[in-house]
Design a binder for this molecule. Structure first.
Ligand SMILES: Nc1ncnc2c1ncn2[C@@H]1O[C@H](COP(=O)(O)OP(=O)(O)O)[C@@H](O)[C@H]1O
Ligand SMILES: O=P(O)(O)OC[C@H](O)CO
Length: 494
């Protein structure tokens, strides 16, 4: 039996998962790492801690499982997207903290560029809204504010990367500086039509081209991890941003298929084939994972910034649960939220609202409100936000017949049922909800010859549970109206 090792570097934790050729998990190691919130709207990670936790989980999973490392054919990497690192090409030391995708500090530059009228050009080239979510303004901020950064970048002493590039560079001992098309398509510096870094965008954000990694297809031989790191040399053969990887791991390989991943944030992607569809309702257009010589393919994406992170806040901020999964019992201990609505806009609101300055709101609290009501409202907020962006997709003319789901919070049955109720379509949860990692394993397996084509991968998708809508459409609509009212209260005054 041959195996694949997938590295899933997420916002909350680093994970390493071993898959067999049937796409089944045979080993998993996971480690959470520190989130830094130095000021309102700022979110940082320590890039070296990311690397350390990733390496530890790789070593752990190989050590703990019964798998002979000589049977591991290849490594696939998938990662939190947009999060940006700037490091010294000679020493490998980051110049400062990694600026996380949720971080809003690039907003003043976005506003300035919006006022100057650059947004339509950016949207046309990148498929992205001019927003601090993407890497460009994070990198511009680092070049402007980190000591010596601009001067050293101009001298060619520094490298930039999203987390995939950072890990590839570390794993190959500084030999390879590369990224894949999906990660590149989240930087706002990459032309999704030509598949190249765009010189007009580099000029606009004042980014020296020498900082940038080489862009490769998602399924390709990126380089090798030397034997001294894991005891055996392993090739890196697949790389994709986590949401693109999950789309592939869900076998959504054709136009019209969609998935929603419930992690720290929530990300719904709808495959639109070779057609570049520009949304009129606040969604993004992005590249899907590229394998073989296929021409560029696109997806429409809706991104919710805070989903499972709201549950983490109940755990770490309010201390009303001990572990994230305890939210289920607490939320189910009351029949409803008692009129409470929670809009967890900790770092602004993403699709379809795009309100960078919004901050979280709890509405409808009364003297009878308990921790259980707030917990239930937090869980429901995940489904409400997802429903809002899927209805934006419908307004763009693409109504879904079903939705495939995955990610850490998709194990919550009550959440999935409420999601089906709000959407009015079946919600399908596969047996393997680690589809983000699975997608990276598939991409690596295609390149290393474990699977010869995508049809073989499509056949591996297996359903665990279907959640059929049980609520009347009138009731679902009334719920959505309550939600939109709460969002309006959150937005007013921003
Ligand atoms: N049973 C649950 N119900 C709701 N949210 C959950 C549950 N279990 C975990 N979560 C949330 O899911 C997130 C972890 O999912 P994961 O897919 O690992 O995220 P990421 O890839 O962003 O690190 C955390 O934010 C956690 O709070
Ligand atoms: O870490 P996740 O799974 O919440 O995903 C983060 C996204 O890639 C951000 O765009």
């Amino acid at each position: 039996m041959d195996y694949l090792l997938a590295l899933d570097q997420g916002t909350s934790s680093s994970r390493s998962i071993l898959f067999d050729r049937n796409g089944q998990i045979v080993g998993l190691a996971q480690q959470e790492f520190t989130q830094h919130y130095p000021q309102s709207g700022w979110v940082e990670h320590d890039a070296l801690e990311i690397w350390r936790t990733q390496l530890v989980t790789m070593q752990k999973v190989l050590h703990q499982s019964a798998v002979d490392i000589a049977r591991v054919r290849a490594v696939g990497i998938t990662n939190q997207r947009e999060t940006s690192v700037l490091w010294d090409r000679a020493t490998g030391q980051p110049l400062g903290p990694a600026i996380v995708w949720q971080d809003r500090r690039g907003e003043p530059l976005c506003r300035q560029l919006r006022d100057q009228g650059h947004e339509p050009m950016i949207l046309e080239k990148t498929g992205l809204r001019l927003d601090a979510y993407f890497s460009a303004t994070k990198l511009a901020w680092m070049l402007e504010h980190l000591p010596q950064a601009r001067a050293r970048a101009d001298k060619g002493e520094l490298l930039f990367g999203t987390i995939d590039s950072w890990l590839i560079w570390q794993l190959t001992g500084g030999k390879v500086h590369a990224t894949d098309v999906t990660n590149a398509s989240r930087t706002m510096l990459f032309n999704v039509h030509t598949g190249q870094w765009d010189s007009q965008l580099l000029d606009l954000f004042q980014i020296p081209p020498s900082l940038l990694p080489q862009v490769m297809p998602s399924s390709a031989h990126y380089g090798d991890i030397p034997a001294d790191l894991l005891g055996y040399a392993l090739p890196i053969c697949g790389v994709a941003g986590d949401q693109h990887s999950a789309l592939f791991g869900q076998a959504c390989t054709r136009a019209g298929m969609a998935k929603n991943t419930y992690g720290t944030g929530c990300f719904a992607l709808l495959h639109t084939g070779t057609r570049f569809t520009a949304s009129e309702n606040g969604l993004l257009t992005t590249r899907v994972a590229q394998y073989g010589q296929q021409q560029p393919e696109f997806a429409l994406e809706g991104s919710v910034f805070v989903a499972g992170a709201a549950v983490q806040w109940l755990r770490d901020g309010l201390g009303i649960i001990k572990r994230s999964r305890d939210v289920q019992a607490l939320a189910q201990s009351v029949p409803d939220t008692g009129g409470v609505m929670f809009v967890p806009a900790f770092t602004g609101l993403g699709a379809p609202y795009w309100k960078a300055d919004a901050r979280g709101t709890l509405v409808g609290i009364n003297r009878a409100t308990t921790a259980a009501h707030i917990a239930r409202a937090a869980v429901e907020s995940i489904a409400y936000q997802s429903a809002a962006l899927l209805s934006a997709m419908a307004r763009d003319g693409v109504g879904l017949e079903q939705l495939r789901v995955d990610g850490g919070a998709s194990v919550n049955d009550a959440l999935m049922q409420f999601q089906a109720d709000l959407l009015g379509i079946p919600v399908l949860r596969p047996q393997v909800v680690e589809t983000t990692a699975l997608g990276a394993a598939y991409l690596a397996g295609l390149q290393s010859g474990i699977w010869s084509d995508v049809e073989q991968i499509e056949q591996l998708w297996r359903i665990d549970k279907t959640f059929e809508p049980a609520m009347s459409r009138d009731q679902a609509q009334a719920c959505m109206q309550q939600w939109e009212k709460a969002v309006a209260q959150t937005i007013c005054g921003t």
